[in-house]
Design a protein around this ligand. Structure first.
Ligand code: PEP
Ligand code: MN
Length: 349
């Protein structure tokens, strides 16, 4: 249930409603929008007479939310969630690109790739240090050493770090090195992990499970949001369908669906979504055309010798091409991809 307050209703009225909701046994989550303050009342209650709330001073409307997710819903928060990390803004007008290798393989590798993705306009550097691989015999990542290299490469190039955390025991370590904590498709319903991330003050990048519905995905985000962490970014990374030409089927329609149902920013991952290098650019363009707030793509300077996902990794030249094309698409949908020349330092004489 949400309680929408009248525009400009004073703090004492808001507090009075909060007190009533708490007395009724609800957890209260507050969202201060441009026009209205909205109070999200979360709890498993069916026996509430909403008229008791409607008559309170300052209450504009009381709405039962029928969806099982509350805090993720557009009803709770009408305005888009915008996440600011340093000078990067996610969920605003700018389309943000995260790029880098599937896995951090060596210092030299990540340094090289960071420099070239930055050159083309990426804002976030991706790279797994803890890799959830389908086979226990495949490369599992460099662990903390990989995190160190990733951080160094990002700092050297003015990028932010996004990397995966695969279990609760890694959260503190990964938090030391990363700006955004990625939850992979295989962990989307690792509810204990999600709950722990809900208590942290780091943005979480929540990938859609490969066989999860949009509703299940939003419910997963609700685990993080209800713990108090409001900074969740959703990422469509392809789902399992009967089609097996591509590795997964990138569900681009999930982008406008999420935009309608939720206020959270949404990215796509056309690399894992297709598994095929030459399908990545068209799907990245389609994602931005469909309203995505960003894309995350795999880039490798020598994909033929990559330790994982080489076949879906772009060559640096292709990445540069993708960024150019994305700029045109972004403009067409009243968004923008900020060119490196707009970034400040290159402008200086
Ligand atoms: C990744 O981004 O490195 C990854 C493993 O992706 P996913 O969880 O979507 O498979
Ligand atoms: Mn990968």
């Amino acid at each position: 249930m949400v309680v929408v307050m009248e525009p400009g209703s004073g703090e004492d009225r808001i507090q009075n409603v909060i007190t009533h909701l708490k007395e009724m046994g609800f957890d209260v989550h507050r969202s201060d929008g441009v026009n209205h303050t909205v109070l999200g009342a979360v709890g498993d209650k069916t026996d509430v007479d909403i008229r008791q709330l409607e008559v309170l001073d300052g209450v504009h409307e009381v709405v039962r939310i029928s969806e099982p997710y509350k805090l993720a819903s557009r009803m709770f928060r009408h305005e888009d969630t915008v996440i600011r990390i340093g000078d990067v803004t996610i969920g605003g007008e700018e389309v943000i690109v995260a790029a880098g290798p599937c896995a951090v393989e060596s210092r030299e590798q990540i340094m090289r790739i960071a420099a070239c993705v930055r050159e083309s306009g990426a804002k976030l550097l991706r790279g797994g240090a803890f890799k959830p691989r389908s086979s226990p015999y495949s490369f599992q990542g460099l662990g903390e050493q990989g995190l160190r290299y990733l951080r160094e490469a990002a700092d050297e190039n003015g990028l932010l770090v996004i990397t995966e955390v695969t279990e609760i025991g890694q959260i503190d370590l990964v938090t030391e090195y990363a700006d955004i904590l990625q939850v992979g498709a295989r962990n989307m319903q690792n509810f204990m992990l999600l709950k722990q991330l809900g208590t942290k003050k780091k943005p979480v990048f929540l990938k859609r499970g490969m066989s999860s519905t949009i509703r299940e995905w939003l419910m997963a985000s609700e685990y993080i949001l209800s713990g108090g962490n409001r900074e969740v970014i959703l990422c469509e990374r392809g789902i399992r369908t009967f089609e097996n030409y591509t590795r997964n089927t990138l569900d681009i329609s999930a982008v406008p669906v999420i935009k309608k149902l939720s206020h959270l920013p949404v990215f796509t991952d056309p690399s894992h979504g297709t598994g095929i290098r030459n399908k990545v650019i068209p799907m990245a363009l389609a994602s931005v055309a469909a309203g995505a707030d960003g894309v995350i793509v795999e880039v490798h300077h020598d994909p033929d010798h990559a330790k994982s996902d080489g076949a879906q990794s772009l060559y640096p030249g292709q990445f540069a091409e993708m960024m150019m094309q994305l700029r045109a698409i972004a403009r067409a949908v009243q968004r923008r991809v900020v060119d490196i020349a707009d970034n400040g330092e290159e402008k200086r004489p």
